[in-house]
Write a new protein. Structure first.
Lengths: 154, 769
């Protein structure tokens, strides 16, 4: 099976039931995507599959189709070329341990792609599936708003 | 080239000892250094022409490396430590590489033991009374290089600035020698010495000359008004990497030739593995090997005493991919032995309930007035409070990479106690010297106390022992992480109190819990003697002059193995103390804030209370179905007060706002300070709401975040933070915001609904929205 991962074509041959999370981390060596729970309860493994935010621990190989586009945090932006959401995360200094933040950022980017100017309720709805054990929620809320503003002005 | 090197070794060691003691003066660090000279751990790797001016600064011809030995588990302490050095060294943080360094006695934490000791920060009289306590044992168990107890900044605040100043002045002396310009005419900025004519000599270019010099130890620390970095907002050095998925955590690390391992150890913690059938697993894709795991088995004798022997405790799978190892492990039938503690929760609570006895009395450090006389004949208010076991569950599951060779071991993992880690691994492998265990510390995706423990390291070492020469990466499933946590202590309090003339007058507070320190000490094979201050921390040191007050701690027998959980004893005791104090205020008909302000016994704590009262506009009308609660707890020397506002909606309690004030003496970075304070409040509230570990059939019933989720973003209140700097000593902020949060929430819920919550988690009694 061919997947387009962060813009690059990758060949993947694995068991049908292997989750995308482990295809990315252990087969392709992309570690920005994190394992936190394996049951879609924490959101640390959130990636975009054809532009949609998904918990990669629940997306098994047999549900992926040839040519699907997978974007991980590494594909969203890079240190010298940050995505607006990543810039906002840096500006608000959101991360503490940072382990959940790849998933938070991917979830936020998907939210803003769908709703450019989210209300507080939209943010609560979209982001509450992403657990942060360090408790950075106040900064996540603020950073999502800043990113929304930046993207709208762009 | 041999000569300069050998001179350097001598000088750099002297620099560490003389420099640090002469500059810092009377602090504990000097005492330790004088009594116990530590080698400079940077020397071993130095080439000619490279300077390790002290254990914290290394300069080569192309790089400046600052050593930040305190583990960074998300609290931003790598940045903070680097900033302390950089402040005096005159480098910017984007000019340096920051390293955790390697385990070394030179990185001894001089503040950790002190913070665990039962000193009331505002009353030295109490300190004298209690110096006979467990301090010696605590120091022995915890005082080596370690991160915990909110001690990083107290430990490093002077030490690292001094290290930066010694390095700067030595580099200036080197520049003077090279240029012929007197030191007095030299300035430093951005990693270079500046000559009067504007010429800049980069520190890196001066490395060789500095290596040939006696380090300059006659330096003075800068006046705080001249600081460039400390006290001002900083960009954390890890923030871009953590926002781009480019930071490598321990769980992300790869070593050439590495295999993936997953393990199950008896979920009845301490129990034996009686047998297993791996026939279905062996042929699964990617599976290379199934291994029996040996480890400590704990057995309880009829008289309740515990003995430990070595034997089979679990099973591990070696595979070519983490998920395949997880899958194969699930296909193995394993028979588990019994747990060395009660199988059901009733048994645990019964043990606590039976522990309020004279034989179990551990501490009676607070005795003001005459409680017995005051309660005699008074109308006595009585209440029992309970706090459950709670998991740490950092979001990065535990992991470790270990390679065992014939003459040593190499380990890559994130850990808070590197020296003990070396000792434990050396012991398990029968190595005669712990220096044969090489440890590479890693960035940590959360700890909250779990990475003070060694379970992941020891299981990985045991597997690697059976695969000599092969790096083994052990990754815990989330379920294994929950099953093998050493949770927060279970605890119970009993209060009897009375009011008189509209005032709180008498209170007899008793707390029972098993000793966290004893549980940790048993795993380290370090018996802990004497009282355990954590059993009453956050309660005995309440800063209120209640006329008749007695606080007693009872050490319950060991139950499930437990460990330090963010704020340790105070995490339960803050709730017990400030919850019942609120009950007494209401019984007296007094306003809970006004009564605390009336009774608060020192100006630092008073200011904290007054500030939170102002911020929260205490006393103003909130409207129907709303309420606010106040709690103030001192832990780790930091007085912290919180006001929580809630609304009782038709669907349940909504937490609207939190106002939080703490006095830490000196704030290093106000941005990180705010973030850590907010996080501590979220931690305290979230676990009070809906987290517990309950044992059934000897196993934790909660196995993942669906059954222990703490706070979600939609439940997070607006959190307003204010840091005060009136205290005369710098304190850490990792833990102090946690203890007041449960009580402030319970007190707010009482104010809004009339329902008094005396047992966590509150979701067992009320709904939250």
């Amino acid at each position: 099976m061919k997947l387009i991962v962060n813009g690059t074509e990758r060949q993947v041959e694995v068991e049908d039931d292997m989750p995308l999370l482990w295809i990315l981390r252990d087969e392709l060596g992309i570690t920005g995507v994190k394992y936190g729970c394996g049951i879609a309860a924490c959101g640390a493994c959130t990636v975009h599959v054809d532009g949609e935010a998904m918990r990669s621990c629940q997306v098994t190989a047999d549900t992926l189709e040839d040519g699907m586009e997978i974007t991980t945090i590494e594909g969203l932006g890079t240190p010298p070329a940050l995505h607006a959401v990543q810039s906002a995360w840096v500006e608000h200094q959101v991360a503490q341990c940072g382990y959940c933040q790849s998933g938070q950022i991917m979830q936020a980017a998907a939210l803003l792609a769908e709703i450019p100017n989210p209300t507080d309720e939209d943010i609560d709805d979209a982001m509450s599936g992403n657990l942060c054990r360090c408790g950075t929620y106040p900064r996540i809320r603020a950073a999502v708003k800043t990113a929304a503003q930046t993207l709208q002005e762009a | 080239m041999n000569k300069p090197q050998s001179r350097l070794r001598k000088y750099s060691r002297r620099a560490f000892l003389i420099g640090a003691t002469a500059i810092v003066g009377g602090v504990a660090f000097g005492t330790y250094a004088l009594k116990r000279p530590h080698d400079n751990p940077l020397e071993a790797d130095l080439a000619a022409g490279e300077a390790a001016i002290n254990p914290f600064v290394k300069i080569t011809s192309n790089k400046i490396t600052l050593i930040a030995p305190h583990a960074d588990k998300g609290q931003g302490v790598q940045s903070a430590q680097a900033a302390l050095i950089a402040e005096e060294l005159d480098v910017e943080l984007d000019q340096v590489e920051i390293s955790f360094g390697k385990p070394a006695a030179a990185y001894w934490n001089t503040a950790m033991a002190g913070e665990l000791a039962p000193f009331m920060s505002f009353d030295e009289g109490f300190a004298a009374r209690t110096t006979r306590s467990a301090l010696g044992a605590v120091t022995k168990v915890m005082g080596l290089q370690g991160t915990g107890g909110s001690s990083s900044m107290p430990d490093q605040y002077e030490k690292l600035r001094a290290a930066g100043a010694v390095a700067r002045e030595t580099l200036k002396a080197a520049a003077a020698k090279v240029s012929g310009v007197p030191v007095a005419q030299l300035k430093t900025a951005r990693g270079a010495v500046q000559l009067p004519d504007g010429t800049e000599l980069a520190y890196t270019a001066l490395a060789g000359a500095a290596a040939d010099l006696d380090p300059v130890t006659e330096v003075t620390l800068r006046d705080p008004k001249d600081w460039r970095l400390i006290g001002k907002p900083m960009q954390r050095t890890d923030i871009v990497a953590k926002s781009t998925g480019t930071l490598t955590y321990g769980i992300d690390l790869k070593i050439d030739g590495m295999v993936h391992a997953a393990a199950k150890v008896n979920p009845r913690q301490g129990g034996a593995m009686l047998g297993f059938d791996a026939s279905a697993a062996k042929d699964m894709p990617g599976v290379q090997q199934v291994i029996e795991v040996q480890g400590p088995i704990t057995e309880r004798a009829a008289d309740g005493s515990l003995t430990t022997r070595s034997g089979p405790v679990g099973v591990a799978v070696i595979a070519n991919n983490t998920w395949r190892a997880f899958q194969a492990l699930e296909a193995i039938d394993i028979e588990w032995g019994k747990a060395p503690y009660p199988a059901e929760m009733d048994g645990h609570w019964q043990v606590l309930s039976d522990s309020f006895t004279e034989e179990r009395l551990d501490t009676d450090w607070r005795k003001d007035g005459d409680v017995d006389a005051a309660l005699e004949g008074a109308e006595v208010l009585e209440a029992e409070y309970r706090a459950p076991y709670v998991a740490h569950a950092p979001l990065e599951p535990l992991s470790a990479i270990v390679r065992v060779d014939s003459d040593g071991a190499e380990i890559w993992a994130g850990h808070q106690m590197p020296r003990f880690l070396q000792m434990k691994v050396a012991g398990a492998l029968g190595l005669d010297d712990q220096e044969k265990v090489t440890f590479h510390n890693q960035f940590i995706g959360g700890s909250f106390g779990h990475r003070l423990e060694f379970e992941n390291i020891m299981v990985a070492t045991e597997i690697a022992r059976q695969l000599p020469g092969v790096p083994v990466k052990l990754t815990y499933s989330r379920e294994e992480d929950f099953a093998h946590d050493f949770p927060r202590q279970i605890a119970m309090s009993r209060s009897r109190g009375a009011v008189k003339d509209g005032k709180v007058d008498a209170w007899d507070l008793q707390i029972a819990m098993p000793s966290v320190l004893a549980s940790q000490g048993a795993r380290l094979e370090q018996p802990v003697v004497g009282p355990d201050a954590q059993i009453i921390s956050g309660a005995w040191n309440m800063p209120f002059d209640i006329p008749n007050l007695r606080v007693r701690g009872y050490k319950a027998p060991a139950l499930a193995p437990i460990s330090s959980w963010r704020s340790v004893g105070a995490s339960s005791n803050g709730f017990f103390a400030e919850g019942f104090f609120d009950e007494l205020c209401h019984a007296a008909g007094a306003d809970p804030m006004m009564e605390r302000l009336r009774l608060v016994n020192n100006p630092i704590h008073r200011k904290v209370l007054e500030t939170v009262a102002d911020m929260s506009n205490w006393g103003s009308e909130l409207g129907p179905n709303r309420g606010r609660g106040i709690a103030m707890v001192e832990s780790f020397g930091v007085p912290t007060a919180e006001v929580i506002e809630v609304t009782a909606t038709e669907d349940g309690i909504k937490i609207d706002k939190a106002f939080v004030v703490a006095d830490v003496g000196q704030i290093i970075d106000p941005v990180n300070f705010e973030n850590l304070m907010q996080g501590g409040v979220v931690w305290g509230l979230g676990h009070a709401m809906n987290c517990e570990i309950t044992y059934s059939d000897g196993m934790a019933e909660q196995s993942n975040f669906d059954s222990a989720e703490a706070m979600r973003l939609y439940q997070c209140p607006e959190i307003f933070i204010k840091g005060l700097e009136n205290g005369d000593k710098i304190k850490g902020i990792g833990e102090p915001p946690v203890p007041p949060a449960p009580a402030a929430l319970a007190n707010a819920i009482f104010a809004a609904t009339g329902t008094r919550l005396r047992e966590m988690p509150f979701a067992n009694y009320v709904d939250f929205v």
